[in-house]
Design a protein around this ligand. Structure first.
Ligand SMILES: [Zn+2]
Ligand SMILES: [Zn+2]
Length: 141
C-alpha cells in the first residue's frame, strides 16, 4: 500500500535519478547494465522515462524489446501519455487512476486536467460574467 511518506521518498529519489534516467533512455544502459524489456527480459531496444502526478521529476524508465514494442506498445496498460504536458505517466499506484479522458477524446494527467478545469471555471464563472457586466455598465453610462 502506498502512503504519503513513501511518495515523498519516491520524489526525493527521483530528483537524484533524473540524469541517470535521461542517459539510460539514450544509451539503454542503466547502472552499468543493459536495460532489459519489462515484459520478456530480452535486451531492450526502446526506453522511455515515466513520471507520476506527484512530482516533476522522472520516476523511472520503461523499456521494451523490438518484438514486445511491436505487439504491445512501449507503454502498455501500466502507463499513459498525457496529451497536454506530453509526458508518460504511471496509470496508478492504488485504486485511483491518475488520468482523465476529456470530451475531445484526449487523455490528460490529473495535473493538466485540473489546470484545464480551473481555466474553464475561471472563464465561465468569472470572466464571461465580468465581460457581460462591463458591457452592461458601458451601455448604462
Ligand atoms: Zn520483450
Ligand atoms: Zn499532463
Amino acid at each position: 500500500m502506498w502512503s504519503l511518506p513513501s511518495i515523498i521518498k519516491i520524489n526525493e529519489d527521483a530528483a537524484k535519478n533524473e540524469n541517470k534516467y535521461v542517459r539510460a533512455v539514450k544509451t539503454l544502459v542503466l547502472n552499468r547494465k543493459r536495460v532489459r524489456c519489462d515484459r520478456c527480459e530480452a535486451p531492450a531496444s526502446h526506453a522511455e522515462i515515466w513520471y507520476d502526478i506527484f512530482g516533476p521529476d522522472p520516476k523511472g524508465i520503461m523499456a521494451a524489446c523490438e518484438a514486445c514494442c511491436e505487439n504491445y506498445g512501449l507503454e502498455g496498460d501500466a502507463c499513459f501519455h498525457c496529451a497536454d504536458c506530453e509526458r508518460t505517466f504511471v496509470t496508478n499506484y492504488s485504486w485511483e487512476l491518475y488520468l482523465k479522458h476529456t470530451d475531445d477524446g484526449e487523455t490528460l494527467c490529473l495535473n493538466c486536467y485540473r489546470a484545464m478545469v480551473a481555466t474553464l471555471v475561471l472563464t465561465v464563472i468569472i470572466l464571461v460574467p465580468l465581460a457581460a457586466w462591463m458591457q452592461i455598465r458601458e451601455h448604462a453610462d
